[in-house]
Design a protein around this ligand. Structure first.
Ligand SMILES: Nc1ncnc2c1ncn2[C@@H]1O[C@H](COP(=O)(O)OP(=O)(O)OP(=O)(O)O)[C@@H](O)[C@H]1O
Ligand SMILES: [Mg+2]
Length: 174
């Protein structure tokens, strides 16, 4: 069992860093919070949503409430950086305005010149920044970021932390 005996409450509006050795269950806990895994036992509540028992429309709606930065980024390899940021809004054709906001989001993470590059053309840290921009772009209620700064230099790290802390301010809800 990767995560057992965890009893954790996080206040709305707060930011929490989860620390622990490799293999201690950090990613697994984030996947449980994001509804990507279901708990074998216990409950996972986000607001009044019982994330471990979502079905039907609620299960379809919950991912829109969450921005997730995956430990291995999980960018879509065939899509450019800007289209990766827009991907959660697909299959709807993005407006020019929305596309402009996605470009601004990438500029915020320092990727002005990389908007049209596919992930294989980007460094690990650049891919990670695309993943962060994608996670915060829709101004989700909850951002879950799994080691979002692990591949980055200290200056870029500070920029990413600032972005995560005020993602609702810099990136306008679509
Ligand atoms: N899909 C899975 N099925 C079964 N066991 C898994 C699965 N994913 C991870 N584990 C196990 O769960 C434990 C916790 O893994 P997890 O990835 O949550 O750790 P972590 O704290 O994020 O580690 P790291 O710092 O290396 O990313 C590990 O022992 C791992 O082998
Ligand atoms: Mg992990």
């Amino acid at each position: 069992m990767a995560v057992a005996g965890v009893d954790l409450a996080v206040d709305s509006g707060s930011a929490v860093a989860l620390m622990g050795p490799s293999g201690s269950g950090k990613s697994t806990l984030l996947h449980l919070l994001g509804g990507l895994l279901r708990p074998d036992a216990g409950r996972v509540m986000v607001g009044d949503v019982d994330v471990g028992r979502l079905t039907g429309n609620a299960a379809a709606a919950y991912p829109r409430e969450v921005g997730f930065v995956f430990q291995r980024f999980q960018l879509l390899p065939a899509l450019s950086a800007v289209n990766n940021v827009l991907a959660p809004s697909l299959p709807f054709r993005p407006s020019a305005q929305l596309r402009g906001r996605a470009r601004s989001a990438l500029a915020t993470v320092g990727l002005v010149d990389e908007v049209d590059a596919v992930p294989s053309m980007l460094s690990g840290g650049e891919q990670q920044r695309v993943a962060v921009a994608r996670a915060v772009f829709g101004a989700p209620r909850l951002v879950l970021a799994d080691e979002p700064t692990g591949n980055l230099d200290s200056v870029t790290v500070q920029g990413i932390i600032d972005l995560l802390l005020d993602c609702g301010q810099k990136l306008v809800r679509r």
